[in-house]
Ligand binder design. Sequence first.
Ligand code: GTP
Length: 239
Amino acid sequence: RRDVGRITTGSKNVDELIGGGIETQSITEVFGEFGSGKSQISHELAVTVQLPKERGGLEGECVFIDTENTFRPERIEQIADACGIDREEALQRIHIARAFNSSHQILMAEKINELIQSGVNVRLVIVDSLMAHFRAEYVGRESLATRQQKLNQHLHALQQIANTYNVAVFLTNQVQARPDAFFGSPTKAIGGHVLGHASTYRIWLKKGLAGKRIARLVDSPHLPEGEAVFKVTTDGIVD
Ligand code: GTP
């Protein structure tokens, strides 16, 4: 693949786990229970993508598709401060798209093509969270096939943007805590097989002791499975 770019998560441990940061031309999915740090990593990446290459960024801009109203500008300001970049400029390089329902979410992803064609240097697309609307709207067995078909359409559009414009796609996905977590198969994230096949990298987040978080790489075709420890701080994601 031509000139794959990488974006730092802010944690060297996590970057190493996934081969040096999240990759362009790929879809990276993080899944985990409530409070495991999915939105925090999203905010971190929205800032670090703006950094120069030697600091782990791509000097690029970000589209943040926010489905649950989790985007916090003041969090971006804190992370920008910690990275030594201007708050206002950092916020201006993050294009917030609030998705009111799943159709709107699908449409907004497709519209990223136009934004890029108008000259905006988008290098990262975040969807936080991928499944919330789909899960709420398509309830029950009889709607499962439709849901998966729509989800497939959405993921296909995201993959197309990733490939066409050398963009990284980062998805968050909430899952329930399981008592056998880390010992059995963790891959029962909501989304089922469609999502399992689309994501190139899948990272399972878990709360650890003393405010620590554990990231585990699962189902990666190229990299060994492993774990990394990180923390969520006021400055953002750190080792
Ligand atoms: P849901 O969106 O609730 O499903 O979970 P999530 O995995 O997205 O959680 P999120 O990324 O929002 O992580 C929330 C956790 O991050 C909180 O419980 C805090 O521990 C931590 N956190 C969030 N903001 C700050 C902050 O400003 N400072 C510090 N030190 N920790 C923070």
